[in-house]
Design a protein around this ligand. Structure first.
Ligand code: ATP
Ligand code: MG
Length: 359
């Protein structure tokens, strides 16, 4: 048997501990079938960390994460901490963790499971079979560019300003992550920018075209962000992998998540290309249903599957997790967020136990 995979486990707040509990059981069971074992190191982050230590990202937590092969995170935040000033909020823990691990690439699959194609707000024919991977640059662009701030223009009016800036190496490294992901999928990559208006996008496009020479098996296309936002709703099946900058990716990935119609199904990864990545559901801490065993653990289980694939390099365990989710959906098992007439309502812990049987 191989050495145990070291995983930092950050359950966080709200439904976090419930879905994490379910996901760890399922992951352990799937690993056992493939002869893989895990060493889980629990640590505090977000509101839970503020309550215990006064800091949303205690030094000990970051140290544990850095010393692990990968980081599994559930959810952060809740009503209790909403009145704190922005700089002391639970969410700062997540920003600190991303920066601390240099997690520059955010990977968000937008998959519509066939069993849920009629839960989408879009027509079934449009969303059925959608399987998109959005690769968003996470630590650069207009959210971080300098100069930024407030000032006064020549007319004396107050102004606010930000700077959208990317360096060639920053574009190159995110482009490589996207090309490599495309090679493992349908081998189609669409780079999304606004190079008809923005210099930062012209540089983006030039670098992507240059990097493409190293991936001749991947078919590259380019699209302006406005058109991409439209095509994502008109013909989402056009897309395989999408690569884009920080702000465009923020908007497109939320738009894409609605194709599936439910937050409870969608995983994400934030990776650095070397060192541990952070794997977490797209949804938040759902404080309205926390502590009631009502949450859908599938996004958390799918996040664990992404971790197995990207960081731990145990794709067979990932396959088992994904197949178990698929089978549970086939059997009509639904938590409250997805339940409708003709399906079976299950609690978070029940679904977790069922997935353990199915892996
Ligand atoms: P954040 O700011 O942390 O992203 P949010 O305001 O986007 O949070 P969520 O916490 O994602 O909100 O919750 C939005 C709605 O979706 C809530 O009604 C919540 O109960 C529901 N929800 C989110 N995740 C799940 C889940 N895993 N299972 C069931 N319902 C969920
Ligand atoms: Mg949100």
């Amino acid at each position: 048997m191989c050495k145990a995979h070291k995983v930092a486990v950050l359950p966080g707040d709200g439904i976090g501990p419930e879905i994490m509990d379910a996901a760890l059981k399922v992951l352990t069971a799937a690993g056992r079938k493939e002869g893989e074992t895990f060493e889980f190191k629990h640590a505090l982050i977000g509101g839970a960390a503020i309550d215990a230590t006064g800091n949303p990202l205690p030094e000990e937590t970051l140290d544990i994460c850095k010393a692990s092969d990968s980081v599994l995170l559930a959810a952060i935040g809740g009503y209790k901490w909403d009145t704190l000033p922005a700089a002391q909020r639970p969410e700062r823990g997540l920003l600190g963790l991303r920066a601390g691990l240099n997690a520059f690439a955010n990977l968000r699959p937008a998959i519509v499971p066939r069993q849920l194609a009629d839960s989408s707000p879009l027509k079934k024919e449009i969303v059925e079979g959608v399987d998109i991977l959005i690769v968003r640059e996470l630590v650069g662009g207009i959210y971080f560019g300098q100069p930024r701030g407030f000032g006064t223009n020549e007319k004396g009016d107050r102004i606010g300003f930000n700077t959208d800036v990317y360096s060639e190496p920053e574009v190159e490294r995110i482009a490589r992550v996207a090309f490599e992901a495309a090679q493992k999928r349908q081998k189609r990559l669409c780079s999304v920018e606004k190079s008809n208006v923005l210099e930062v996008s012209q540089l983006w496009k030039e670098v992507v075209i240059r990097v493409a020479k190293d991936y001749p098996d991947v078919e590259l296309s380019h699209m302006y962000i406005d058109n991409a936002a439209m095509q994502l709703l008109r013909n989402p099946k056009y897309f395989d992998v999408v690569v884009t900058g920080n702000i465009f990716g923020d908007i497109l990935s939320d738009e894409a998540s609605m194709l599936a119609g439910s937050l409870g199904m969608l995983p994400s990864a934030s990776i650095s290309g070397s060192g541990p990545g952070i794997f977490e559901p797209v949804h938040g801490s759902a404080p309205d249903i926390a502590g009631q065993d009502l949450a859908n653990p599938m996004a958390m289980v799918m996040s664990a599957a992404m971790m197995c694939r990207y960081d731990l390099k145990i794709p067979k365990v990932a396959d088992r997790l994904e197949a178990a989710v698929d089978q549970a959906l086939d059997q009509g098992l639904r938590t409250k967020d997805l339940w409708k007439e003709g399906t079976t309502l299950v609690k978070c812990s029940e679904l977790g136990n069922k997935l353990v049987e199915l892996v």
